[in-house]
Write a protein that binds this ligand. Structure first.
Ligand SMILES: Cc1c2[nH]c(c1CCC(=O)O)Cc1[nH]c(c(CCC(=O)O)c1C)Cc1[nH]c(c(CCC(=O)O)c1C)Cc1[nH]c(c(C)c1CCC(=O)O)C2
Length: 341
C-alpha cells in the first residue's frame, strides 16, 4: 500500500522533505481522554494490549486527534519477557511487576527464545488491523526494548531508581548476564522481524535505562547487543533511542541504524558533531516544556527546530510525553513543527 504521508520514512533515510516530520514517544495512551475511555472498557492495560481491535483503535487515536506524522503500535516493551516465559503485571499507579525474576542459571533454564509470530500473535494481529485501518495515511512504527533495559526489568522484577540488583549482576555474574542478554537479543530480532512482516514501516529500540551504566559497561552489555539487532534487521529503517547515553553518542554513530534519538539533556549541535552527518537525529524537546503556556511552547519548539535546521531530523520530545500533559499543548508543539520553515 502506497503511503500518503511518508515524511517519517524519507527523513529516516536522509532524503529531502518538504517539512520535518513529527510524532511523540508514548503518544498512544497516557494523555488522551479518548484513550482512557477505551481503557476503562477493559480490566486494564494488559487486556487492552492483548485485544488487537482495541490496540489498533488507541494506536490510531493520536493520528486523528493530534495530527502526528506516524502511529506507534500500542503495546509495551515488557511483552518480550512474557513471551520468553516470564509474565508481568501492570500494577495501577505503580507500573510493571514480575512475580518471578531471573537471577540464576536455573531461572535461565525456564526461559525460551520468543519466536515473534506465535508468542506475540496479539501484537502481530494488532499491527495488521492497524495497517488496514490507517489505510496508508501515515507510517506505523513497531518497537522493542533494548536487551539491557529488558534485562534490567527481568532481574529486578519491577522498576527501580537505581536498578542495583541488575547492575550487581553485571559485576558478579558477567557470564550469566551475557547468556540472558543473548536470549533477549535473539527474541527481539525474531519479534522485530515479525512486526515488519506484519506491516511495521520502521522500528524503534528503546534503551530507557542506558544512562545508569558507565561508558565501558554500556559498550559491553548494551551496545554489543543493539549492534546485533541493527545488523540483523535489514527489512526496515531502525531508530535507536538510548536515554541518558550521552557518553555513547560517538560509538552509536557506528550502528547500522538510520536514526538516533536524543534526550533533552543532549546538546543538538554537539550531538551532530559527535554522531556525524550520516544519521537522522530524532528529538528532543524537554517533555516538561509542554507544561508551559502556548507562547513558551512555540518559542521552545522554534529554538529546537533552529538548532536542527539544515540537517536530517525527525521532531519529537526528548522522552515519552508525561501523562498529565494537556493534549491541547501537544497540538501546539505539533503545529509549530509543521509551520516551521
Ligand atoms: C520503560 C518502558 C516501558 N514501556 C515502554 C518503555 C520505553 C519508553 C520509556 O522509556 O518511556 C514503551 C512503551 N509503553 C507503551 C508504549 C505504546 C506506544 C506509545 O505510546 O509510544 C510504548 C512505546 C504503552 C504503555 N505502557 C504502560 C502504559 C500505561 C498503562 C495504563 O494504561 O495503565 C502504557 C499506555 C505501562 C508501563 N510500561 C513501562 C512502565 C515503566 C509503565 C508504567 C508507567 C508508565 O505509564 O509509563 C515500561
Amino acid at each position: 500500500m502506497q503511503l500518503q504521508n511518508d515524511l517519517l520514512l524519507r527523513a529516516a533515510r536522509g532524503e529531502k522533505t518538504e517539512r520535518t516530520p513529527v510524532w511523540l514517544m508514548r503518544q498512544a495512551g497516557r494523555i488522551l481522554p479518548e484513550y482512557r475511555a477505551v481503557r476503562e472498557s477493559v480490566s486494564g492495560f494488559i487486556e487492552l494490549a492483548q485485544t488487537p481491535e482495541l490496540a489498533a483503535e488507541v494506536t490510531i487515536q493520536p493520528v486523528d486527534i493530534l495530527g502526528v506524522d506516524a502511529a506507534i503500535i500500542f503495546s509495551d516493551i515488557l511483552v518480550i519477557p512474557e513471551a520468553m516465559g516470564l509474565p508481568y503485571e501492570m500494577v495501577e499507579k505503580r507500573g510493571p511487576w514480575f512475580p518471578q525474576t531471573v537471577r540464576s542459571e536455573s531461572d535461565l533454564k525456564k526461559l525460551r527464545v520468543a519466536d515473534g509470530d506465535n508468542d506475540l500473535k496479539y501484537v502481530i494481529d494488532a499491527i495488521q488491523i492497524t495497517k488496514k485501518h490507517l489505510n496508508g495515511r501515515v507510517p506505523l512504527i513497531g518497537f522493542a526494548g533494548a536487551p539491557w533495559t529488558i534485562f534490567a526489568y527481568m532481574v529486578e522484577g519491577s522498576g527501580s531508581k537505581t536498578f542495583s540488583k541488575s547492575r550487581e549482576m553485571l559485576y558478579r555474574e558477567p557470564v550469566f548476564s551475557h547468556k540472558l542478554l543473548q536470549l533477549i537479543t535473539d527474541s527481539t530480532i525474531n519479534y522485530l522481524k515479525a512486526q515488519i512482516r506484519a506491516g511495521a514501516d520502521l522500528v524503534q529500540i528503546f534503551d530507557s535505562w542506558a544512562g545508569i551504566l558507565g561508558p565501558k559497561q554500556y559498550e559491553e552489555f548494551s551496545l554489543r547487543y543493539i549492534t546485533q539487532i541493527c545488523d540483523a534487521i535489514t527489512e526496515a529503517p531502525k531508530t535507536v533511542f538510548a536515554k541518558g547515553a550521552f557518553f555513547a553518542r560517538e560509538s552509536m554513530s557506528k550502528l547500522s541504524c538510520e536514526t538516533i534519538g536524543l534526550d533533552w539533556n543532549m546538546g543538538i549541535e554537539e550531538s551532530r558533531r559527535l554522531i556525524g552527518p550520516t544519521k537522522t537525529l530524532q528529538g528532543n524537546l524537554d517533555p516538561a516544556a509542554l507544561y508551559g503556556n502556548p507562547d513558551q511552547i512555540r518559542q521552545a519548539t522554534i529554538e529546537m527546530m533552529e538548532q536542527f535546521k539544515g540537517s536530517r531530523h525527525i521532531a519529537n520530545l526528548g522522552h515519552g510525553v508525561y501523562p498529565d500533559i494537556d493534549p491541547e499543548m501537544v497540538k501546539i508543539f505539533i503545529q509549530t513543527v509543521k509551520d516551521f520553515q
